[in-house]
Design a protein around this ligand. Structure first.
Ligand code: AMP
Length: 284
């Protein structure tokens, strides 16, 4: 049987209330749709951690900048519904933008430091949009657990800060990035890539692997590690947005990688018009 489709806040509130009365544990998986195996891995893990999983499919306009891809973001609601159902979601919340942002809407959630560098610096307003919509979804569903991918690593840290700072009382689970066999991180935006861009896009994962290989040969200073990743991007003419090595929790820049201090390399680059991001742990 197909997952139940919830379109409005009122319907969702009624569904959540009945679930709570029955004492069942709820997991929430927020998405923007055009689902792939990465999203499905979150839903499956939700099933392991809760009795019931709800997924949301909402291309959130407030997290897109004026010159970004909101209007052409890929959509396939029927396909998404089938994928949610097969991964084990019981309900899919797919509201219209006016349902989430009705006239008179005037509250925004701004997370501090952790949202300011990296994608936050390149996409002004992006994390305010993310934090606001995630706060709304958590308020609406009141899940015991919510699952997010490490693919969007800064987003995951922003949400962890938000939930902690506002005492939202939900467990946040970060899940590993699901990749194609050749290393490309799955992303809805991969649908934009031409065959040739798809091949060049591999430089993101290859660049991070090169940085890690250099670390394993004894290099500790982040400038050299970042350079190793940059060379892979440059070799295939990918335009870098940023390459940084940061503390894995605070996301502050590191000048060197110290064994025992978890660090992460984060990369953003353009393949043609398509902006891709990826990240992985670095060090050991
Ligand atoms: P999106 O639909 O791109 O907003 O992503 C919805 C959720 O799926 C976010 O928590 C993402 O981090 C997660 N996600 C996206 N791509 C992947 C992936 N390749 N592996 C694991 N999780 C992912």
């Amino acid at each position: 049987m197909s997952a139940l489709v919830l379109r409005t806040v009122a319907e969702t509130t009624a569904w959540v209330d009945s679930l709570r009365r029955s004492g069942r544990r709820l997991a929430l998986v927020p998405t923007m749709g055009y689902l792939h195996e990465g999203h499905q891995s979150l839903i499956r893990e939700g099933r392991r951690r809760a009795d019931v999983v709800a997924a949301s499919i909402f291309v959130n306009p407030t997290q897109f900048g004026p010159n970004e891809d909101l209007s052409r973001y890929p959509r396939d609601f029927e396909g998404d519904l089938a994928k949610c159902t097969s991964a084990g979601a019981e309900a899919v919340f797919a509201p219209a933008p006016e349902e989430m942002y009705p006239p008179g809407f005037q509250t925004h959630v701004e997370v501090g430091k952790v949202s300011q560098g990296l994608c936050g610096a390149r996409r002004p307003g992006h994390f305010q949009g993310v934090a606001t919509v995630v706060t709304k979804l958590l308020g609406l569903f009141k899940p015991q657990v919510a699952l997010f991918g490490e693919k969007d690593y800064q987003q995951l840290q922003v949400i962890r800060a938000l939930v902690r700072d506002l005492n939202l009382g939900v467990e946040i689970v970060g899940m590993p990035t699901v990749r194609e066999p050749d290393g490309l991180a799955l992303s809805s935006r991969n649908a934009y890539l031409s065959t040739e861009e798809r091949r060049r896009a591999l430089a993101l994962s290859r660049g991070m692997a090169a940085a890690q290989a250099l670390y394993e040969r004894g290099t500790r200073d982040t400038a050299s590690l970042v350079d190793a990743a940059r060379r892979e991007l440059a070799a295939v003419d990918l335009r870098e947005d940023y390459v940084e090595v940061v503390d894995a929790t605070s996301l502050t820049s590191l000048s060197s990688v110290t064994p025992g201090q978890p660090a992460r390399i984060l990369v953003a680059a353009f393949a043609g018009k398509t902006r891709l991001i990826d990240n992985q742990p670095i060090g050991g």
